[in-house]
Design a binder for this molecule. Sequence first.
Ligand SMILES: [Zn+2]
Length: 403
Amino acid sequence: MRKTIDTLCSKYFAGRGYIDSGDTRAAKYIMRQFIKAGLKPGVKSQYFTQSFQMDVNTFPGKTDVILQSKTSNKTLKPGADFIVAPNSGGGNLLNLKLFYADSIIFSKIINNKKVKFPKGKFALVFESDVLAKFKLKGNLPEELIKGKASAIIEIKSGRLVWSVAHENLKIPYIEVAKNAFDKNAKTFSINIDQKLLEAYETQNIIGKYRSPKNPDSFIVFSAHYDHLGKMGNDAMFPGANDNAGGIAMLLDLARTYTSGKDTPKYSLLFIAFAAEEAGLIGSRYYTEVPVYPLENIKFLINMDLMGNGQDGMMAVNGSVFTKEYEKLVSINKKNNYLKEIKARGKAANSDHYWFTENGVHAFFFYLLGDYPYYHDIYDTAEKPTLKGYNGAFKLIRDFVKAL
Ligand SMILES: [Zn+2]
């Protein structure tokens, strides 16, 4: 499994996003692994891919940010010192004045009251803690641009967490780590290459293993293969735990069944979903255009964040499908696979969600254990401990046998 994680987190796959065809490269790799394992095409007789389109905001080139004080210039490191907000616009702006908005100014801007803005072009600067005090209903920057700022800088006290957006603002918007921000800075320069890719085509990869016993009834295994990709030339988000680990598990499960070690009672579908990080889009698409009728799915097991597990595993929907959850817990107790199996209710936090919403019985499994790297440049191949990986693999295999 480490090999799959290493491969998917390597530079070639560009963080499995929408720059340098990272998503397409990952999709092809997974399809090859499906074929190698002996899975049959899950879509039509000769196809593994289910394509769909979406708009996606990308940063394909420069992401230069320089803070300027009287005495020095500080170049910020992309991914470490700052992230470009997912819905940022692009632009090349030199020596913008920094205009700091505290709570009072912030509230004036939001309430359309008169604010004395600097003359000429400026960047609006505020702390995320200040922002949090105002529970803005609409899009945050839409509110702020009323102030006619040419750029937005949000100072973050917590970790920098990136994501994917489907539209963009007209102006650059960056989030800077508090410890990287120079309070003495008076001006800054920014050069962001940004491109909204319209109707970008990406794809789910679907492989099938037919059971002679119940050929038209399915157990579905799923894991998303996309991650956040690249933010400019220099910052890549490898997504080792999220979700190279889940794909490793998906492939290991496929290999076990096709090797004949375990003859399943039901046919199996293995789905590597695209565009999960973009808002569960690939899995939603599947439920809208299902390849096999959703009512033919006996159970779905979605795997995401499978890289650790020293503290056990969470079963999302465990408190919804209690009979299956009890089965899972008893198998685990008997074999001592994992420290504990926790249960929670339904949650729209991964690809099982739209299936559950459409009446499919499903669990979403994620492994537990302290792991601070989430949607950042540090979730690299060597970081996941993989302590619960084998236990989770065996537990899933035994659970499917018991269904
Ligand atoms: Zn994920």
